[in-house]
Design a protein around this ligand. Structure first.
Ligand code: NAD
Ligand code: IPM
Ligand code: MN
Length: 347
């Protein structure tokens, strides 16, 4: 986050813009300093802002807390729900010059990868009824419920349609309609919605297990895919690694809310977590956070040109050989700060 803020401050200076922002504790920092993963003061700052640039939350230190009090469930999910940020856009982009960082064979992806995951973010099994009970026979049972309303499916489809129309007009809907009732409704809703509202799109459907395989086999057969919350969580990590690293995967979470500029209010966050295995060493890849800041400028501030400039600087930096360890693969690696320095130099 500190590197992303340096990048933002740098472009603000260059463009003579005033970005005003407040930092607020959330997740483990919220628990440690305020006794709550999502302190009321933090929520208030978010409500008074035009966008949220989110870091990552969670980690071993807080895993012993009751599950409902842990950082992920008690801060990030409530934030998404509070602002009804149902549309999570995750761009899967692997630069042609970076194909060696993908675990896929270069000949399968000669031009890199350029796909988009649209993940439903405020419904499904994440937010359905949950319960753990001890049964009469002494056995213990836990339950999570996956629930979708037609209207929830339709509103994420609106985002998928806009995204697909701005690209190759190709949309793949991913579900498990051979097993799940929610997926049966999902598929029917997709068919009806696209027939009525977007007949110009080339629509396909795929079961999620096949989709996981197809992503690894030939990712560019997708252009835009849309899927429910948990499938999107899992497939987007897979998408991240075939695109080089989770450390490169940015995301925008949008709803229908507008900010004081009349633009979409959104939460912008790297798709990866707190990377406990490398945390504190100064070697994490800052690109996902920096690219999330770029998405914020584009969607919530109408500063698309500056966003594009940041994206170009990130691309120039990694493709000219300055890479953190997660994408270095045997080349010399730089640390987090040096990576951001190089991006700033390229700006
Ligand atoms: P993770 O995403 O933190 O890490 C998975 C792997 O990817 C690790 O090997 C990590 O080193 C690597 N990685 C992730 N981001 C990286 C980066 N920027 N640079 C280099 N490498 C990077 O997932 P996890 O280990 O399953 O989860 C760790 C914690 O993060 C958990 O508490 C989890 O709940 C939380 N989490 C939070 C978010 C979020 O806040 N948005 C997202 C995912 C996971
Ligand atoms: C993500 C994360 C979150 C999710 C966790 C931390 C709650 O994995 O944004 O992908 O599952 O949505
Ligand atoms: Mn995830």
């Amino acid at each position: 986050m500190s590197e992303a803020l340096r990048v933002l401050e740098h472009v603000a200076r260059q463009e003579k813009l005033t970005l005003s922002y407040q930092q607020a504790d959330v997740g483990g920092a919220g628990i440690d300093r305020h006794g709550q993963a999502l302190p009321a003061s933090t929520l208030k700052v978010c409500e008074q802002s035009d966008a949220i640039l989110f870091g990552s939350v969670g980690g071993p230190k807080w895993e012993k807390l009751p599950p409902a009090q842990q950082p992920e469930r008690a801060s990030l999910l409530p934030l998404r729900k509070h602002f009804t940020l149902f549309a999570n856009i995750r761009p899967g982009l692997l630069y042609r010059e970076l194909t060696d960082a993908s675990p896929l064979k270069t000949e399968r992806i000669p031009d890199g990868i350029d796909i988009v995951c649209i993940r439903e973010l405020t419904g499904g099994i994440y937010f359905g009824k949950k319960e753990t009970t001890t049964l009469a026979d002494g056995d213990v049972q836990a339950m999570d419920t996956m629930v979708y309303r037609k209207s929830e499916i339709e509103r994420i489809l609106a985002t998928a349609v806009t995204t697909a129309r701005a690209r190759k007009k190709k949309l793949c809907s991913i579900d498990k309609a051979n097993v799940l009732e929610t997926s049966v409704l999902w598929r029917k809703t997709v068919i009806d919605y696209i027939a009525k509202n977007a007949p110009d799109l080339e629509l396909s459907h795929m079961y999620v297990d096949n989709a996981a395989m197809q992503l690894a086999r030939n990712p560019n057969q997708f252009d835009v895919f849309v899927t429910e919350n948990m499938f999107g969580d899992i497939l987007s990590d897979e998408m991240a690694v075939i695109c080089g690293s989770l450390g490169m995967l940015s995301s925008a979470s949008l709803g229908t809310g507008k900010n004081s500029l009349g633009l979409p209010f959104g939460l912008y966050e790297p798709a990866g977590g707190t990377a406990p295995d490398i945390a504190g060493k100064g070697i994490a890849n800052p690109c996902a956070q920096i690219l999330s800041a770029a998405l914020m400028l584009r969607y919530s501030f109408g500063l698309g040109e500056i966003a594009t400039r940041i994206e170009a600087a990130v691309k120039k930096t990694v493709t000219s050989g300055t890479r953190t360890g997660d994408i270095a693969f045997g080349r010399p690696a730089v640390g987090t700060k040096a990576m951001a320095d190089a991006i700033i130099a390229n700006l």
